[in-house]
Design a protein around this ligand. Structure first.
Ligand code: SF4
Ligand code: SF4
Length: 116
């Protein structure tokens, strides 16, 4: 085979500084599997999930959105100025896939602010 093999562009990585900006800028979407996992972890019913954590304005697909409370995800807390996810062990797949990086404007904003 001839031709050059293009080097895959590496996504720049950085350690998460736990500024919490990503959890305030975005509403996490949850799949039915995410919801099952989270309600089991929290020991709540689906009705309680719906009443406490789900954004009821969004009902357009099987995906749901986690509610924001006071401008941030309902599961975001700050511990000693550092962001912490109350459901870290079972967080939605979209949150688990999110990686900190200097290419992300949320992380750059967090670096600018320092920890809250
Ligand atoms: S579920 Fe956790 S990681 Fe995801 S947006 Fe909410 S606080 Fe952040
Ligand atoms: S914005 Fe970036 S640095 Fe801040 S908590 Fe989210 S992933 Fe971590």
């Amino acid at each position: 085979m001839t031709g050059k093999v293009k080097a895959k562009k590496e996504t720049p990585k950085m350690e998460c500084r736990r500024c919490g900006v990503c959890c305030t800028r975005h509403q996490a979407f949850v799949t039915p599997e995410d919801i099952d996992r989270i309600v089991n972890y929290l020991g709540i019913t689906l009705k309680e999930w719906d009443e406490l954590y789900e954004d009821r304005r969004w009902r357009y697909s099987e995906y749901r959105l986690i509610r924001h409370v006071n401008g941030a995800c309902a599961f975001l807390r700050f511990d000693g100025g550092l962001a912490a996810c109350l459901i870290h062990e079972v967080k939605p797949a979209c949150c688990a896939r999110w990686e900190a990086g200097p290419d992300k404007k949320e992380c750059r904003e967090g670096m600018g602010k320092g920890s809250q």
